[in-house]
Design a protein around this ligand. Structure first.
Ligand SMILES: [Zn+2]
Length: 370
């Protein structure tokens, strides 16, 4: 048994959109109420001797909330009960992560932010063909069929700008749908994140570039602050926050690409990375690590295993860039700024596409793993 998630865009009608917004509002309210209560209890506890302190956790706050919600917050009953219950569990997890130093302190949620969400437990969700059914909400159309089958553990509804999505989590024993296409070669790049032999390229997402610039600025500022000073501590936190943001965006993008590849192709070939050689060239190595090549390979690896794709990793000396994908002749040198690959055999094509084609050809020769 394994838990798998599939995020699908929804096609809600206006009434359903209103419900979604209300449920997000209830969820946000419960979160903020819980957070405020948590902080209040913390402040009260602080001044008490240890033995008189009352424990603070999501469960105890949820109990408190449920005692008063009928009287004080009756409107929370207009949507799924999960909207006002799950935030307590999420906040508990968020504080847990904060105490362990994994993430920042939980924050209050503001209204009208570009993202919003609420959670529904699997017992209140049904999938019927290309629709999702929730009590009081009815059936909402899905833009695509769920990729998996099995027991639904949860459904998280979310908004990004004015589009609505649902992320369905399934408990399932794997029976993946067979990818429609046979084979693909993927060239990992610096300017484009990835380039496939079918000519699809994935660009580095814009927010990433923006945050990288902010990181540079913030790090420069940090280096100027006096060691051990309060201001330095503050600036350090700022830098860490940007790091976290970058890591999240990067991971998210790589997940999209690796999911796309494993759902579309039965066999996938990528290049092997010569790590030691790469790290010697600082400029390139920074760019490469920023793009998270290792993370990408890790994702492709486990997704391939899960879905039954065959992943071919080229030998790290395989000349994917220098070889002609048409006649197989190999150039002695190819500088990084030569963006077009031309060969005496008459071929002339994009450098990344040529490399991706070479990797795909490798599959057809045979899965020589390295
Ligand atoms: Zn050629």
């Amino acid at each position: 048994m394994i838990s798998l998630a599939h995020k699908i865009e929804l096609k809600p009608n206006n009434k359903q959109k209103t419900y979604f917004k209300k449920a997000c509002g209830v969820s946000r309210f419960a979160w903020n109420w819980a957070l405020a209560s948590w902080e209040k209890s913390y402040q009260e506890n602080k001044n008490l001797p240890k033995e008189e302190r009352s424990p603070i956790n999501g469960m105890s706050l949820k109990k408190e909330f449920n005692k008063i919600k009928k009287e004080q917050f009756p409107w929370t009953f207009e949507v799924t009960k999960y909207a006002s219950q799950q935030p307590f569990i999420h906040l508990n997890t968020a504080y847990g992560r904060f105490f362990k130093g994994i993430s920042g302190k939980p924050k209050f949620k503001k209204r009208n932010k570009s993202v919003d969400s609420f959670y529904v437990g699997g017992d209140q969700v049904k999938i019927q063909n290309k629709k999702i059914w929730v009590p009081n909400l009815g059936s909402v159309r899905l833009k695509e069929f769920p990729r998996f089958e099995g027991k639904i553990r949860s459904a998280t509804f979310s908004r990004k700008a004015d589009r609505w999505f649902v992320s369905l989590q399934f408990d399932t024993t794997i029976s993946p749908k067979s990818p429609p296409k046979e084979a693909v070669g993927v060239d990992l790049g610096i300017n484009t994140l990835a380039h496939t032999s079918d000519g699809v390229s994935f660009l580095s997402p814009k927010p990433l570039t923006k945050h990288l610039r902010a990181l540079k600025r913030a790090s420069r500022k940090l280096s100027k602050k006096e060691k051990g000073s309060k201001a330095r501590g503050k600036q350090k936190l700022k830098v860490q926050k940007i790091h976290l943001k970058i890591a999240n965006i990067r991971k998210d993008t790589l997940h999209k690409i690796s999911t796309y590849l494993t759902s579309q192709y039965k066999r996938i070939a990528i290049e092997g990375l010569n790590v030691s050689g790469m790290l010697k060239n600082h400029k390139i190595s920074r760019a490469l690590s920023d793009l998270g090549f290792f993370e990408f390979r890790r994702q492709l690896g486990y997704k391939s295993e899960m879905y039954g794709n065959i992943l071919v990793v080229a030998n790290m000396f395989f000349p994917s860039s220098k070889m002609c994908s048409s006649c197989g002749s190999i150039k002695k040198a190819l500088s990084l700024n030569e963006r077009v690959y031309t060969c005496d055999c008459g071929i002339s094509l994009d450098r990344d596409l040529n490399a991706a084609l070479n990797l795909r050809n490798l599959i057809e020769i045979g899965p020589a793993r390295s």
